[in-house]
Design a protein around this ligand. Structure first.
Ligand code: DGL
Length: 291
């Protein structure tokens, strides 16, 4: 069976981070049925090799493709950097939307022309990121200061959004960026919007301690842009649902525990258990990469 207008959109991430993108998709495209896939048993992706991440992405995409999705949103900067090209080669007829750290919007917002980029180690070392940074540095003369936030994804996966350990980590990552003079911070990992209040807290503390100007520091997250791009591509492909044809469904799969994902939906998005169906996946057939 082929996908059609009524088919769901698949959204996936290494874990719960992609929920920060899913919330915008639900808001912008309220009539679409959605399948969310959290590969939490393999999170974080950010410290894994390109080959390992690509293998996971292919297995997840294959699983979602079997659910007849009409579009795939790779709601993970790390997975996009590692595997988007391979995914497009495997599924040339499927709408596939990836994401990358919002360096371009940040460069436009930064008055000081210094932008801090928070992302995973893999994303910051990827060819895709280095190319984007070199291009924008040449074009805008903005300086990009990078910070690999090792350990932060794990805290968010554990649901520790406000714990002392998470605050310490955020302080350790954000302070050097502020010290470098950055007035704009890119949240280059879809997990990080869930600790934006801690990031704001650290910015406040930094400015108060140094009696620094309390200028607004922008936080750049590309979740909305991804949802809008999905809307455009569905419309172009004649696949968007403008009105309710039948009540949209929300289904979620996890390679870890159902209760953790249920808690994440409730804690992060305020979506109650009654509004979604959750399944735990124990086995997925590996897709052998021939690229
Ligand atoms: N949400 C993923 C991203 O956007 C997290 C990566 C990870 O699992 O390390 O990069």
């Amino acid at each position: 069976m082929k996908s059609d207008r009524l088919s769901p959109v698949g959204v996936f991430d290494s874990g719960v981070g992609g929920l920060s993108v899913l919330q915008h998709i639900r808001h912008i495209l309220p009539h679409e049925s959605l399948i969310y896939f959290a590969d939490s048993a393999f999170a974080p992706y950010g410290d894994k090799s390109e080959a390992d991440i690509t293998e996971r992405c292919l297995a997840v995409a294959d699983f979602l493709q079997q659910k007849q999705i009409k579009a795939l949103v790779v709601a993970c900067n790390t997975a996009t950097a590692a595997a988007i090209k391979t995914l497009r080669e495997y599924y040339p007829d499927l709408i596939i939307i990836g994401m990358e750290p919002g360096l371009k919007p940040a460069a436009l917002l930064s008055k000081e022309k210094i932008v801090g980029v928070m992302a995973t180690q893999f994303t910051l070392q990827s060819e895709k990121f280095l190319h984007l940074k070199a291009h924008l540095t040449a074009e805008t003369s903005v300086r990009f200061e990078e910070q690999a936030c090792v350990g932060l994804v794990n805290q968010i996966e554990k649901g520790e959004l406000r714990s002392v350990t998470t605050l310490k980590l955020v302080r350790q990552f954000v302070t050097p960026l502020l010290q470098s003079g950055a007035d704009t911070l890119v949240l280059g990992c879809t997990h990080y919007p869930f600790v934006s209040s801690l990031i704001e807290q650290v910015i406040g503390e930094f400015q108060a301690e140094r009696h620094a100007s309390t200028q607004h520091i922008h936080l750049v997250d590309t979740g909305v842009a991804v949802a809008l791009q999905l809307q455009r591509l569905l419309e172009q492909g004649g696949l968007s649902l403008q009105a309710i044809h039948r009540p949209p469904t929300l289904t979620a799969y996890t390679t870890s525990s159902k209760s953790s994902l249920r808690n994440a939906f409730s804690q992060l998005l305020k979506i109650p258990d009654s509004a979604l169906q959750i399944f735990a996946i124990t086995e997925m057939s590996p897709v052998v990469s021939h690229c």
